[in-house]
Design a protein around this ligand. Structure first.
Ligand code: NDP
Ligand code: 2IT
Length: 448
């Protein structure tokens, strides 16, 4: 049996094995459409190993019930998962997402993406993702704690510093990681780096909170440099207002760009003057401490709030979708380009639909999340190293390593994504560049 040289036949098989899981289908389609031609042209012997078939079947999917009590004494039941996708190049590694839209399909798409992203970082990390359909919004700290403790009571038997290392994602920030780690530590009676994104007083790395957003901006800087351009003076659209979006804005301000939008599930704000340090401090307090809505920004600083809308109709030079998957469609892509957009780096995982991707790939500098948002997991990898060594690096040291990782991912994308006319197809570069290392490991370790 060989990996089919035909994308259509491969996808037909995948869809019939994984019915209804549309998010997972899209993620595989994107990777397979680059990897199948690569195998055909460069690595025919690898086809014998059915590498794509093996890579699209998770090592295991753990699904479990999480029962907990709310503040009124009612028993509540949620479903949680851990998708351990592939540990060919290192222990499973990837975030946990708490959001009502979480399903097995969403976590399989995210776990699959994580295989290639983690490979691109150059660090020894396999791919995984987990989460629950639990909604932390509107819950008290006590409710979130009881939920996290109950979830970890089941999850702890499947994870560990050399096995699988969860971290944060949508709805899982410093508070949730603290509760999850506390329960893991108690149940395992160990203090190890089995979770990353920890608080600085209990094994966390400086710079992890900022890493994904900063990393996306560093990657954009590399892309612009290929055209002899810099971030200085560029108007930037950012969506989301969570961990990734906030630190993307912070680094954009630091490097002289002008971020003008942020959003949440209610709508987006547009400040034509651009955000500055004072405005960002307000946004951090609003989102990280008070857990408020982004609309409150305009009451204090003016600008406009557009309820129920996304920021893609605003004129800008560069864009960073940093909220969630499928937030940019084909029409948005065309509007952005018509308005002068020249580069887009994904802070979120697959925020651009496949049809939007096609438009961007042909017309602008376009970085897929598995390349441009890899800074978060890269610093998670650095947190693991520090935990194993029982030392803490300085912010300068972590930031230098982060910048080097983003530079090296850009080089890998350039190497594998070079097109005939000399431009870089970053999607192809990331897919093939991420794949070759994993494929080599899978091949050398035998059929498992
Ligand atoms: P947060 O929970 O901190 O923030 C998420 C933001 O996106 C919030 O503003 C939220 O608005 C908005 N959002 C989430 N879901 C939806 C939705 N369905 N519709 C509209 N808005 C939505 O998450 P992160 O910032 O950590 O993650 C953002 C993205 O970045 C995700 O795709 C994640 O997978 C990806 N990512 C995160 C990394 C990390 O280190 N945290 C690393 C790499 C990628 P609201 O509060 O109203 O729900
Ligand atoms: O999507 C991602 O890369 C993350 N949510 C971060 C994963 C991690 O292990 O730090």
């Amino acid at each position: 049996m060989k990996t089919p040289c035909n994308l259509e036949a491969f996808m037909k098989g995948l869809k019939s094995r994984n019915p209804i899981q549309t998010e997972f289908h899209d993620a595989v389609q994107e990777v397979a459409s680059d990897v199948i031609p690569y195998l055909e042209e460069n690595a025919r012997d690898w086809q014998e190993g059915c590498l794509l078939e093996r890579l699209t079947e998770p090592d295991r999917v753990i699904s479990f019930r999480v029962s907990w009590k709310d503040d009124k004494g009612n028993v509540r039941v949620n479903r949680a998962w851990r998708v351990q996708f592939c540990n060919a190049i290192g222990p499973y590694k990837g975030g946990m997402r708490f959001h009502p839209t979480v399903s097995e399909s969403v976590l399989k798409f995210l776990g699959f993406e994580q295989i290639f992203k983690n490979s691109l970082t150059g660090l020894p990390m396999g791919g995984a993702k987990g989460g629950s359909n639990f909604n932390p919004k509107g819950k008290s700290d006590d409710e979130v704690m009881r939920f996290c403790q109950s979830l970890m009571t089941e999850l702890h038997r499947y994870i560990g510093p050399d096995t699988d290392i969860p971290a944060g994602d949508i709805g899982v920030g410093a508070r949730e990681i603290g509760y999850l780690f506390g329960q893991y530590r108690r149940l395992s009676n160990t203090f190890t780096g089995a979770i990353t994104g920890k608080g600085l007083s209990f094994g966390g790395s400086v710079g992890r909170t900022e890493a994904t957003g900063y990393g996306a901006v560093y990657f954009m800087r590399e892309m612009l440099a290929t055209k002899g351009e810099t971030l200085e003076g560029k108007t930037a659209l950012v969506s989301g207002s969570g961990n990734v979006a906030i630190y993307c804005v912070e680094k954009l301000i630091a490097l002289g760009a002008k971020p003008v939008t942020l959003s949440d599930s209610g709508g987006f704000i547009h400040d034509p003057e651009g955000f500055n340090a004072e405005k960002l401090a307000f946004i951090k307090d609003l989102k990280e401490v008070r857990r408020g809505r982004i609309s409150e920004y305009t009451e204090k600083f003016g600008g406009e709030y557009h309820e129920g809308k996304r920021p893609w109709a605003i004129k800008a030079d560069i864009a960073f979708p940093c909220a969630t998957q499928n937030e940019v469609d084909e029409e948005d892509a065309k509007t952005l380009i018509k308005n002068g957009l020249t580069a887009l780096a994904e802070g979120a995982n697959m925020p651009c639909r496949l049809d939007a991707q096609h438009v961007f790939r042909k017309n602008i500098l376009y970085a897929p999340g598995k390349a441009s948002n890899a800074g978060g997991v890269a610093v998670s990898g650095l947190e693991q190293s520090q935990n194993s060594l029982r030392i803490s690096w300085s912010l300068k040291e972590v930031d230098e390593r982060l910048q080097n990782v983003m530079k090296s991912i850009h080089e890998t994308c350039s190497q594998y994504g070079k097109t005939e006319n000399g431009t870089i197809d970053y999607v192809k570069g990331a897919n093939v560049g991420g794949f070759v290392k994993v494929a080599g490991a899978l091949t050398q370790c035998g059929i498992v």
